[in-house]
Design a protein around this ligand. Structure first.
Ligand SMILES: [Zn+2]
Ligand SMILES: [Zn+2]
Length: 273
């Protein structure tokens, strides 16, 4: 087995329930239903190592929900949006306190265990701006090398994807000889050359689809595929397994049927790779 992937969060930027919203999906989410979701992140385990993809504002609650303590062997941040990044402060603190309390990773209690955190080089200045205090004395986040990282039994690389009205984001390609997967939470209108290089012949695709159908919204204001569009993407249809994530209160995971091989992700869902 190549390992597992746990969806620790599957929501869009606002989370579900939206705290001000009384719609039926937010109401179901409030009672602990299947639509209750935290901001998108994923935890991959393989080869005795763990890799965290993104660290949004719900990170502390997401890690606290895990059955045991965790210091990730690597963390990758896709882009500098709040919903993918704002747990970074917790993560930096968490590394320090975890080592002090527990002597994690074989380190003597009280010593610092730096968590290797990286992001595409062009994202780094935005992180330095947002977390200036953490970068004052050290460089806690490194630029992700072009060739990616070898972690959790996978070669993990980032690639640039259009994020519509929000400019662009990055997605992650997870590879092993004879096996390919992609984690694409925040993208729309991905051009053919990017599809050709990164998104063909996928064994597993994890794709962000914030709403079920946004065809009534002006295209210029859009930033993530909707479910209707995802179902029509030839490269997504060609993937052997597809999980939809980054879901807003506009998607009721109980009420929409998806084709064979497709499923909605939900918080806590663990899949094998
Ligand atoms: Zn997002
Ligand atoms: Zn985003």
């Amino acid at each position: 087995m190549r390992g597992t992937l746990t969806f620790v969060g599957t929501a869009d930027s606002k989370g579900v329930p939206r705290f001000w919203c009384a719609c039926p999906i937010c109401t179901e989410a409030r009672t602990g239903g299947l639509n209750r979701r935290t901001r998108s992140a994923a935890l991959i385990r393989g080869n005795g190592e763990t890799l965290l993809l993104d660290c949004g504002p719900d990170l502390h609650a997401q890690l606290a929900r895990l059955p045991g303590p965790l210091v990730p062997d690597a963390v990758l941040i896709s882009h500098a949006h709040n919903d993918h990044l704002l747990g970074l402060g917790d993560l930096l603190d968490y590394a320090v306190y975890a080592s002090g309390d527990m002597g994690m990773n074989g380190a003597p209690a009280g010593s610092l265990v730096p968590i290797p955190i990286s992001t595409p080089a062009e994202v780094l200045p935005q992180l330095q701006d947002r977390f200036a205090y953490a970068f004052r004395r050290s460089a806690p986040v490194q630029p992700l090398p072009e060739e990616g990282l070898e972690v959790a039994g996978l070669r993990v690389r980032a690639f640039r994807v259009p994020h519509g009205a929000n400019g662009h984001s990055h997605a992650f390609h997870l590879g092993q000889p004879g096996w390919r997967a992609a984690y694409v939470t925040d993208a729309i209108d991905i051009p053919g050359e990017v599809v050709g290089e990164w998104l063909t012949d996928l064994d597993l695709l994890i794709l962000g689809t914030s709403f079920a159908d946004e065809s009534a919204s002006p295209r210029a204001g859009r930033s993530v595929y909707d479910v209707r569009e995802a179902l029509e993407l030839p490269w997504a249809r060609a993937a052997r397994r597809v999980y939809l994530t980054h879901l807003s209160h506009g998607v009721d995971v109980r009420g929409l049927t998806l084709p064979e091989g497709w499923a909605f992700a939900w918080d806590g869902l663990e899949i094998t790779l």
